[in-house]
Design a binder for this molecule. Structure first.
Ligand SMILES: [Zn+2]
Length: 352
C-alpha cells in the first residue's frame, strides 16, 4: 500500500486546456489521475499558471486564468467519482477513499490585474492558494528574478500588503515560491493563515534564485508555514542544471519544440529526459533532509511542479513515482512518522 501523498504544486491544467488532455485518464504528461492512483495521491494542488507575457495585454491574464479554472471545473464535472475540489482540511478528511482532493491555485498575482474584486472572483470560484509572483515582477510585488523594471517595490507595496491581507480574509493562502526575499518577509508580516512555499529548494545546497535560504526556512516554520520540495533539476543541483543548459543548445532539443507553447514544453522535457537520462533522486532527498533539519519535521512537504518541469528524477518520472521518493527518504534514515508527514500530513495540516 502506497502512503497517501499531498503534492502542493502541479501544472497539469495547461495540458488539459491547451492540448485537450483528460486528466481523468492516462495522458502523455507527468500528472493525471490514473498515474496519481498508482502513486498514492490523496490530494493535489492544481495550479492555473499564467505566463508572464499575459500581463502585457489588459484583460488577457483574467481570460487565461478563468479558462484554466474552467478546465479544472470540467475535470471535476467529468470525474466526480475520482476528484473533487476541496476548500480546506475538513473537506479533505471527509472525502471517500479513492477520491482525490484538489486544492485550486493560481500562479502569478498578475492574474488579478491589480483589482481586489478580481481576487474575490477567483476565491468565489474556489481558488485557495495564490503564488504572489511568477518570474515576472508586478507593480505591487517583486519576484526573485533579476531585471525588475524601475519603480518595482523591493518587496510588497502598500497595495501588495492589501492583496495578501484580503487573500487571508478570503481563505486564499499566499504561496511565496518565486517571491523576492523582501516580498517573502513582507508577506510573512501580513495578517492571515500561514503561508506556503509550494515549490522551492534550499539555497544552502544549490544557489538558485528560486530556492530559499536557511533564514527563510526558519521564518516560514516560525509562522507555521510549509515548504514543498520540487523535483526540478534546475533548482536542485548546479551541475545538473549546467548539463541541461548545454542540452538546450543541441539540435535534438531544438527539433523537439513542435506545437504550441504547452505542447512544445512537454516535448522539450521529454527530449531532455531522453538525451541526459533522469537525474538522481538523491537530489530531491538531499533538499528534503536539509529542509527537515532547518525548518523541522512539521514544515516540509512535496511540491513536485509536475508538468512544469523538464527533466525528472529517476523513479519519479511522473505521478506514479511518489513511493520511490518515500522509500528513498526512509533509506536515508527519515523515521516513518516524518516520511508520512512529508508525504501528506504537513500539507494537509497547513490547510486547517
Ligand atoms: Zn513555479
Amino acid at each position: 500500500m502506497a502512503l497517501p501523498v499531498f503534492d502542493l504544486h502541479c501544472d497539469a491544467l495547461q495540458r488539459s486546456l491547451d492540448m485537450g488532455h483528460d486528466l481523468g485518464g492516462e495522458t502523455p504528461g507527468h500528472f493525471d489521475l490514473a498515474k496519481a492512483a498508482r502513486g498514492g495521491v490523496r490530494a493535489i494542488s492544481l495550479t492555473a499558471w499564467i505566463d508572464g507575457p499575459y500581463a502585457d495585454e489588459p484583460g488577457a491574464s483574467k481570460r487565461r486564468t478563468n479558462a484554466l479554472l474552467d478546465a479544472a471545473d470540467d475535470l471535476f464535472e467529468r470525474h466526480p467519482d475520482m476528484v473533487r475540489r476541496v476548500d480546506g482540511a475538513a473537506e479533505l478528511e471527509a472525502l471517500p477513499d479513492g477520491v482525490v482532493g484538489c486544492l485550486l491555485a493560481i500562479e502569478g498575482g498578475h492574474a488579478i490585474e491589480e483589482d481586489l474584486a478580481q481576487l474575490e472572483h477567483y476565491a468565489a470560484r474556489g481558488v485557495r492558494v495564490m503564488t504572489l509572483t511568477w518570474n515576472n515582477h508586478l507593480s505591487w510585488a517583486r519576484s526573485c528574478q533579476e531585471g525588475a523594471p524601475a519603480g518595482t517595490p523591493e518587496g510588497l507595496s502598500a497595495f501588495g500588503r492589501e492583496v495578501v491581507t484580503r487573500m487571508g480574509e478570503l481563505g486564499v493562502r499566499a504561496d511565496l515560491s518565486h517571491a523576492a526575499e523582501r516580498t517573502f518577509y513582507d508577506a510573512l508580516e501580513c495578517e492571515g493563515p500561514a503561508p506556503l512555499v509550494t515549490h522551492s529548494g534550499c539555497k544552502a545546497l544549490s544557489n538558485h534564485p528560486r530556492n530559499v535560504t536557511d533564514d527563510q526556512l526558519r521564518a516560514l516554520a516560525a509562522r507555521g508555514g510549509v515548504l514543498g520540495i520540487p523535483f526540478a533539476t534546475a533548482f536542485l543541483d548546479e551541475e545538473e542544471r549546467a548539463a541541461e543548459q548545454a542540452f538546450r543548445r543541441t539540435d535534438a532539443y531544438r527539433d523537439a519544440g513542435r506545437g504550441g507553447a504547452t505542447e512544445a514544453h512537454m516535448h522539450h522535457g521529454d527530449a531532455i529526459q531522453a538525451g541526459l537520462g533522469p537525474f538522481p533522486i538523491e537530489h530531491v532527498v538531499r533538499h528534503t533532509l536539509h529542509a527537515l533539519e532547518i525548518a523541522g519535521p512539521a514544515h516540509v512537504a512535496i511540491g513536485s511542479d509536475f508538468d512544469g518541469i523538464d527533466r525528472r528524477p529517476a523513479g519519479l518520472e511522473d505521478a506514479s513515482g511518489y513511493p520511490a521518493l518515500l522509500s528513498a527518504l526512509a533509506d536515508a534514515g527519515v523515521d516513518d512518522d516524518t516520511v508520512a508527514a512529508v508525504a501528506y500530513g504537513n500539507a494537509a495540516r497547513a490547510l486547517a
